[in-house]
Design a binder for this molecule. Structure first.
Ligand code: ADP
Ligand code: GLC
Length: 488
């Protein structure tokens, strides 16, 4: 098949979270399976310098954006056999230090930036010489693409339009903008109504994908069910229920070529289930790197996360207030909401021997934290899929998660097993249910007990490291979905 993907972040070129990992891996595995794959993504600052093999296409895109025409240069990169990346180069929009925000605040022109991006994806979907059969777009930043293609089909009377697939990675981000931004779409006003792209008087980009894609997918079966309920629907559960027959959940895989402990440029001490000694060395190296006392006997907890409500970082903060009275260390890598950043910095100031915090984004450190910690904290309020808990399992770092979404499905707590024998054979993490710091504190106490017993600790690690969430199966399921769409 000939598939064009469109996403606002793409590993290894740009990343703020799991979306980047997922689209990067999907593209790679589809191409490995023999499909022709293109990915359209913005050319953010620094990419061109880092990838000198970029080549400009010999034509520019001149597309309307409201009353103006904005011109984009497209650079291509042959990333792998059958895999081409199309970078959209509009310095005015994408030559910025981060994809969506600066200092914790969204850029004021995100409507312009991503409405334009969606137009470029739709345009390339129509006109690339290799004629993509299907355009698969991700999250709100690309969600207008199905509407642009539909509108073109209706107005231009058909033709060989590519079919569309839309994946929701996180319903909490919808791309809502004031009505005054709607003309930037250059769509007729007919679409701006409650049964269309309007959401309580505003433009809602995510709704466009929900209404007009041929097929909707989400990143797990569980999230596919959750988003049609009022509790998790973020106001769009009605629109989603209306399309319930066209929503399918496919669990993300883990790119074990990137996320592994045996051949990893970010780790100095390779290790595996057969020989875990490198993990102890990674722990010591991490304690040293983070400026903490290098102590093998002290359990090391960690987190790598966007600092938002979704991730339950407030629970971590208050649980630590209580638990730092015991003998444990905590390291955090994250960025996001300013008050959370300040609170973690303050914690580090008050407990310099126990807490080390890095505010920012650091791919290498994210691997070293996954490898060097004993326990990984992920007490999310909701989690569409969550990749970090799966990375932790593979790195032999015991995840402590809340029983929500895929966190519940992908981690096995001893209490999930029928009996003690099964628990010993399968348990690989610690789960708690209540969304409260008291419940997290109880989970941390369980972790401390596990840490005291070397044999149990080892068994948890081995069980986690042998769990398998590989991408091959995930890519096969997407290919099946594409085939079904194309057969309709
Ligand atoms: P989400 O996509 O909701 O943020 P996931 O668990 O799916 O959650 O994916 C998070 C990804 O982003 C992981 O690859 C994680 O390592 C990475 N990540 C999050 N914050 C940072 C950071 N500050 N520095 C480096 N990597 C980060
Ligand atoms: C979103 C979700 C996360 C998921 C990721 C990749 O960012 O919050 O749960 O793993 O997308 O699909």
């Amino acid at each position: 098949m000939r598939i064009l993907l469109g996403a606002s972040e793409l590993f290894p070129y740009s990343k703020t979270g799991g979306l980047s990992d997922m689209v990067g891996a999907l593209a790679k595995w589809l191409a490995k399976a023999g499909h022709d794959v293109g990915v359209v993504t913005p050319l953010y600052r620094g990419i061109a310098k880092q990838y000198p093999a970029l080549e400009p296409l010999d034509y520019r895109l001149d597309l309307p954006l409201g009353a103006r025409t904005v011109s984009a240069q497209v650079h291509t990169l042959a990333a792998a056999p059958r895999l081409t990346i199309y970078f959209i180069d509009v310095p005015e929009f994408y030559d910025r230090s981060a994809p969506y925000q600066d200092n914790g605040v969204d850029y004021p022109d995100n409507a312009e930036r991503f409405i334009y991006f969606a137009k470029c994806v739709a345009h390339l979907g129509r006109y690339l010489p290799w004629r993509p059969e299907l355009v698969h777009v991700h999250d709100w930043q690309a969600a207008l693409v199905p509407t642009f293609l539909l509108d073109y089909r209706l107005r231009a009377g058909g033709g060989n339009q590519p079919r569309t697939c839309f994946t929701i990675h996180n319903l909490a981000f919808q791309g809502t903008f004031p009505r005054a931004k709607y003309p930037l779409t250059n769509l007729p006003w007919d679409y701006f109504q409650p049964a269309g792209l309007e959401f309580y008087g505003s433009l809602n980009c995510l709704k466009a994908g929900i209404l007009h894609a041929d097929q909707i997918t989400t990143v797990s079966a569980r999230y596919a069910r959750e988003i049609t309920t009022e509790e998790f629907g973020c106001g769009l559960d009605g629109a989603l229920r209306a399309r319930a027959g066209s929503i399918i959940g496919i669990l993300n895989g883990v790119d074990y070529e990137e996320w592994n402990t045996e051949e990893n440029p970010h780790l100095k001490h390779p290790y595996s289930v057969r020989d875990l000694s490198g993990k102890a060395a990674e722990k010591a190296a991490l304690q040293h790197e983070m400026g903490l006392p290098v102590r093998a006997d002290v359990p090391l907890f960690g987190g790598v996360t966007r600092l938002t409500d979704q991730k339950g970082v407030d629970l971590v903060l208050s649980a630590l207030e209580e638990m730092l009275a015991t003998n444990l260390q905590f390291v955090l890598l994250g960025s996001g909401a300013r008050p959370f950043e300040a609170a973690f910095r303050d914690l580090q100031k008050r407990f310099p021997q126990q807490v080390a915090v890095r505010i920012g984004f650091d791919q290498g450190l994210s691997h070293r934290i996954e490898a060097g910690c004993d326990f990984f904290l992920m007490p999310s309020r909701f989690e569409p899929c969550g990749l970090n808990q799966m990375y932790s399992l593979r790195y032999g770092t015991i995840p402590i998660v809340r029983r929500t979404g895929v966190l519940d499905d992908s981690v096995v707590d001893a209490a999930d097993a029928a009996d003690a024998t099964e628990a010993a054979a399968r348990a690989n993490g610690i789960k708690f249910s209540d969304c409260s710091s008291a419940a997290l504190v109880r989970a941390i106490r369980k972790a401390l007990a596990i840490y005291e017993d070397a044999a149990v600790l080892r068994q948890f690690r081995v069980n986690g490291m042998t769990a398998d969430f590989s991408w091959a199966g995930t890519a096969k399921r997407y290919a099946e979905v594409y085939r079904q769409i194309l057969a309709r």
